[in-house]
Design a protein around this ligand. Structure first.
Ligand code: GLA
Length: 692
């Protein structure tokens, strides 16, 4: 990234540019985020008339790329400090720029308070995603508080309108996509719960209100953080818009001690043309290339015993389920909650990570051997950040949980949160997991986290607020350490379903549990929202029983499988209660999934829609997988053909398992005739292979 002019810098990606420039007061303005500009073109941005604020009223709101709380700033600040003497305004001077290939670092200082601030932009040769972070160094002898220290403030160009897409939800209804006109003023969303949350996901997309699935420019940002967070979008009356994203929440501040440095997590942003599909695709490709630890792997078809047994676990029943799962073609057997301590219900045992001696008198060894003997890998459920008050761990260490003096300890699901920000508790957690994985041949860990923080205090700590950030940083540290010591172990991130899904956790886990709601009909929306950001390669999807235990809805087996095939297919039903024909059909569908698995998990996804038919298409090389689902037909109307995207118009595509051959041009212009049954809950999984 060569320096274009003394005070203007261009961050280039293969197809886009982000341009920033300093004004005479050393304020960093965002000048451009959009199509690629040459050096000369970028430099000419300085000739454009600067937006002229009305001096008495308007400030510099929503125009600054580094937006510190300081003079002429009344909008949202991406950086807000509090010095020891009470001063809050920052007066930053630019000191220098460090430019390397694919990295730009702009360095500022507040000379009086000797506080260094750096903004950093990183790009990659194969993606238009720009990664950003903020760094702080305190060179003074007093601490400084960071009230707000966003990873990035992204300045959007002026558009004719602004529409905000985001994901909200709740337990059992995660990643619900909404698209609404962006309100004037400030729009904030985030989490104060201690984890990413079901309620909001750290992603957004902005367009001018006219983008469609396949057309139009879209600006999108994410935050790679699994603790509390906030994203603020500001729209001024003069239609300037900026997005500021960072860890932390009001009113918690981070203290940076004398001589200490602090670095924010990453916020990433991508500008794409080609509608919401292109934006989602950019995130998926970025995740596969630069976020996941083992993106090249195909995730196995897993079986999870939770819905079949809940807490009623014993070695024989698990072994019997494993037999059925193996026969169906599952490749990884995961024993869920209830195997340890006194955990025969949700009121006891959390924290005591040794096998329950009544349920596993000979330890886990015999079951693991049995599962391995069936040719499957063995996985286990843990919830290491938690404790039941009725546990040996809590009886020994009642001070290890977050708590505040003279306040009650509010339980959720009869459990409290361990203060893993404490060094001793973090060390205990790492040691316990290390021992579990050393003593047993475990291949996979489902790492759960089932409650939000309450009474989040740390009596005796110098800066109790540090627990919020410390929890997440130490969680990352432990996962990283466990991965390093047990490199063959793969990890699933779960938090009562999809409560901890973000690019921070995905940088160190292999898949996520999308939702405790396994109803295939509800899952269509949950999965479509999820797919706005995260790739199918990480989206855990179970086929469970009918009627669904969560919604009581009855859905045919094929429909349940076809919806689950859009992610990392798994089986989570009570296989001992399935009929022979269901088990047989299940095995056929697992085999069909394995045929399209590389295309689904490593290919490019597109959302499909035609009339009442919904679906997803995946493309990889010469292979195309089409999954389609239709709940019911209104007025007996026929299903329209489903238009496909990104195919070679000159090529022919053979439909596997049939003698049908389709022309790429016709599939794009008219669509694929699905031949769905006229009944409710009709569905299809179609594999197309390009002919030479
Ligand atoms: C959470 C998870 C479930 C299951 C239970 C076990 O709710 O999301 O999948 O593991 O905990 O208690």
């Amino acid at each position: 990234m060569p320096k274009r002019e003394p005070r203007i810098w261009t961050v280039d990606t293969p197809n886009t540019s982000y341009v920033v420039a300093l004004d005479d007061e050393d304020r960093l303005h965002g000048l451009h985020w959009g199509p690629a500009l040459t050096t000369e073109q970028a430099a000419s941005l300085l000739d454009l008339p600067a937006p002229a604020p009305r001096p008495a009223t308007d400030g510099l709101d929503a125009r600054l790329d580094l937006s510190p709380g300081s003079a002429l700033r009344w909008g949202q600040n991406g950086l807000q400090v509090r010095f020891a003497d009470g001063t809050r305004d920052l007066e930053l001077r630019f000191t220098h720029a460090e430019t390397e290939e694919r990295r730009l670092r702009l360095q500022f200082e507040d000379p009086h308070y000797r506080l260094d601030i750096a903004v950093e932009y990183t790009t990659r040769p194969d993606t238009d995603v720009i990664e950003r972070r903020l760094s702080v160094r305190n060179r003074k002898t007093e601490p400084v508080e960071l009230v707000r220290a966003d990873s990035a403030t992204w300045v959007l160009p002026r558009l004719e309108g602004y529409r905000l897409s985001r994901l909200h939800g709740e337990w059992g209804a995660e990643t619900q996509l909404t698209r609404n006109e962006l309100a004037y003023g400030e729009t904030h969303f985030g989490s104060r719960r201690g984890l990413t949350s079901h309620q909001a996901n750290p992603w957004l997309a902005l367009d001018d209100g006219t983008a469609t699935e396949h057309t139009g420019p879209v600006w999108s940002t994410t935050l790679a953080w699994s603790g509390t967070w906030r994203i603020g979008v500001e729209r001024t009356v003069a239609d300037r818009v900026a997005v500021s994203a960072g860890a932390g929440h009001d009113p918690v501040a981070i203290t940076v001690g004398p001589g200490e440095s602090w670095q924010s997590p990453l916020s990433s942003g991508v500008y794409t043309e080609g509608g919401f599909a292109a934006s989602a695709d950019a995130w998926h490709q970025y995740a596969l290339a630069h976020v996941l630890p083992h993106p090249e792997e195909l995730r196995p078809v897993l079986y999870n015993s939770w819905e079949a047994t809940e807490f009623d676990i014993d070695a024989d029943r698990q072994a019997a389920l494993a037999d059925k799962a193996a026969a169906m073609g599952c490749e990884l057997f995961v024993m869920d909650d209830g195997w340890f301590g006194a955990r025969t219900h949700d009121g006891a045992g959390l924290g005591d990570w040794t096998p329950n001696p009544d349920r596993f008198p000979k330890g886990l060894g015999p079951l693991i051997e049995h599962v391995h003997g069936l040719g499957m890998r063995f996985g286990i459920w843990v919830e290491p950040e938690m404790v039941n008050p009725d546990s040996d761990l809590y009886r020994a260490h009642p001070d290890w949980v977050y708590h505040q003096p003279h306040r009650r300890r509010t339980e959720m699901r009869n459990q409290l949160v361990l203060n893993i920000a404490r060094t001793d508790v973090r060390a205990w957690m790492e040691d316990r997991l290390d021992r579990l994985l050393t003593e047993n041949e475990i291949d996979f860990v489902k790492w759960d986290m089932n409650r939000s923080f309450t009474e989040a205090g740390w009596p005796g700590a110098e800066h109790p607020d540090d627990l919020w950030e410390g929890h997440t940083r130490n969680l990352y540290r432990v996962i990283d350490a466990i991965r390093e010591k047990h490199p063959h172990v793969r990890i699933e991130s779960c938090a009562s379903g999809g409560g901890r899904v973000d690019f921070g956790i995905l940088g160190r886990t292999d898949q996520v549990w999308t939702s405790d709601n396994t109803d295939a009909v509800d899952r269509i929306d949950i999965q479509e929202g999820f797919a706005q950001v995260y790739p199918a390669r990480v989206m855990g999807t179970w086929v469970t029983d009918s009627p669904n235990p969560f919604t009581r809805r009855e859905v045919p087996l094929d429909f349940r499988f076809h919806v689950a095939m859009a992610g990392v297919l798994a089986v989570g039903g009570d296989l001992e209660a399935w009929s022979e024909s269901e088990l047989e059909r299940g095995a056929e569908l697992v085999a069909a999934y394995k045929e399209v698995r590389p295309t689904v998990q490593h290919g490019r996804r597109t959302t499909l829609r035609a009339g009442e038919v919904r679906g997803a298409q995946f493309r990889l090389g010469d292979e195309v997988a089409v999954l389609a689902w239709r709940r019911g037909r209104s007025f007996g109307h026929d299903d329209p053909p489903l238009r496909l995207h990104g195919l070679d118009p000159a090529a022919r595509y053979r439909e596997a398992g049939t003698d049908r051959v389709h022309h790429g041009a016709v599939l794009a212009a008219h669509g694929l005739h699905l031949r769905l049954a006229p009944d409710d809950y009709a569905s299809a999984a179609i594999r197309l292979v390009k002919e030479d």
